[in-house]
Design a protein around this ligand. Structure first.
Ligand code: CA
Length: 225
């Protein structure tokens, strides 16, 4: 398996140099951009496995970049910021980052976060056990613990989005967009009732284990506990 590719966007050369050195040492391949304005096109082209994105950048700022990427990709994104007060917003529906690092950060911490987020984003690569959820995209069906789930089309779309991005926090608004784009009749609160029904159906199979977690003030996260 080839090394995961990490894209680093950082306008301070000294910080970037340290980041790249530690990533290389940890066995990652990396790409580096100094400015914000080329990031989205570079991502479409290079399809990296993870993005380390500085908030304050020349050209386009990190928040706008993250938002743009979320329109077409669930690429794992770690925002790097010196502004602690921004963190809720970065992780929330408005921006959609997966994790954050506060400047100044230790490069070891950075590597640990990158590894953890990659594990979350690609559980199939590390999990030895058979997957609890099997997604049959062609048949638009999902099995849980080998059992076919009896889902409505809306529930299917919602669960498909969630199980394909374990650990990621989804705001209601982004779930709406990703699961129901184009269908005008679904509203924020409808998500809650679909989630409620999904949870009931999953409980029948999973028992005590929880799969869909509420994230206070934001939305939902899929992670089997
Ligand atoms: Ca900066």
């Amino acid at each position: 398996m080839s090394a995961p590719v990490i894209m680093v966007v950082e306008d301070e050369p000294r910080i970037a140099e340290v980041m790249l050195a530690y990533l290389a040492h940890a066995g990652f391949a990396s790409r580096y951009l100094e400015r914000g304005d080329a990031v989205v096109s570079a991502i479409r082209e290079a399809e990296p496995d993870l993005l380390l994105l500085d908030l304050m950048l020349p050209g386009v700022d990190g928040i706008s970049i993250c938002r743009d990427i979320r329109r077409f990709s669930s690429l794992p994104i770690i925002m790097v910021t010196a502004r602690v007060e921004e963190i809720d917003r970065l992780l929330g529906f408005e921006v959609g980052a997966d994790d954050y690092l506060c400047k100044p950060f230790s490069p070891r911490e950075m590597v640990a976060r990158v590894q953890a987020l990659l594990r979350r984003a690609r559980p199939e690569a590390t999990a030895a056990a058979p997957p609890l959820f099997e997604h049959d995209r062609d048949g638009q069906r999902i099995r849980c613990c080998g059992q076919l789930l009896n889902l409505t089309p809306q529930e299917y779309r919602l669960l498909a989005v969630l199980i394909n991005a374990p650990g990621r926090i989804f705001a209601r608004a982004s779930l709406l967009e990703m699961a129901y784009s184009g269908s005008g009749e679904v509203f924020d609160r409808a998500i809650d009732s679909h989630i409620k029904n999904l949870r009931k159906k999953l409980t029948l199979v999973l028992g005590e284990r929880e799969a869909i977690h509420s994230v206070y003030g934001v939305g939902y996260r899929f992670e089997l506990t």
